[in-house]
Design a protein around this ligand. Structure first.
Ligand code: DX5
Length: 206
């Protein structure tokens, strides 16, 4: 069964708490989307200290410029891994090392226009590749089907690296994404807009 991670993309602490409260009966793992208004044209809540007691395990998807400056503050006890964007990083080797020093796992996300070829130098030093199904910034966009090939390409580079697909995931495309070899689906709008959160999660899990 594929793992499904609900994504939370909110501007206020209250909204984050509200979503966590809704999702907790169904899962203990969430993706927190962090946007700075510079790397992507949208901003979200960005005060990690206030999330240190959030009663879930998180992967933090840093859609920000110069993520190296923010690694320490996001390496909270309830954070399992930090996901950084290939496109936002100058010195990836250094950044990976820095994240490792915090004890957190490392994920690299690639935008739809970024080739998996760029991952080659780092693929053995990371835990997870996030193949973006949309250009990051907003939830509710349509999945770009041509990224499916990238899942296979990443698995060819390293069969045991985890591959997550994020952006535009829904009940109609999840079979194709899973068939391409994806291990983890991150989803926001399909889940949050559903009338029955538990049923929607079950649909994505398959
Ligand atoms: C897209 C974000 C995604 C987003 C997914 O900018 O990176 O994590 O939350 O949202 P949906 O599932 O609605 O595309």
């Amino acid at each position: 069964m594929v793992e499904v991670i609900p994504a939370i993309l909110e501007k206020t602490l209250e909204e984050i708490h509200e979503k966590v409260k809704r999702i907790r009966p169904y899962t203990k793992m969430i993706q927190l989307d962090v946007m700075d208004g510079a790397f992507v044209p949208n901003e979200t809540f960005r005060n990690p200290w206030q999330l240190r007691d959030l009663p879930v395990t998180m992967e933090v998807h840093l859609m920000i410029e110069r993520p190296v400056l923010f690694v320490n503050s996001w390496a909270l006890p309830n954070v399992q891994r930090l996901i950084v964007h290939y496109e936002a990083v100058d010195n990836m080797e250094h950044l990976i090392q820095h994240i490792r020093q915090t004890g957190k796992k490392v994920g690299i996300a690639i935008n739809p226009s970024t080739s998996t070829f760029e991952l080659k130098p780092y693929i053995n030093d990371i835990d997870l590749v996030v193949v973006m199904g949309v250009d990051p910034g907003f939830s509710g966009q349509s999945f770009q089907y041509d990224v499916l090939e990238k899942i296979k390409e990443v698995k060819k580079l390293r069969p045991d690296v985890l591959v997550e697909v994020d952006g535009g995931v829904n009940a109609d495309n999840r079979d194709d994404i899973v068939a391409a070899g994806c291990d983890i689906l991150a989803a926001a709008s399909f889940l949050w807009k559903s009338e029955d959160l538990g049923a929607a999660l079950a649909q994505l899990r398959g």
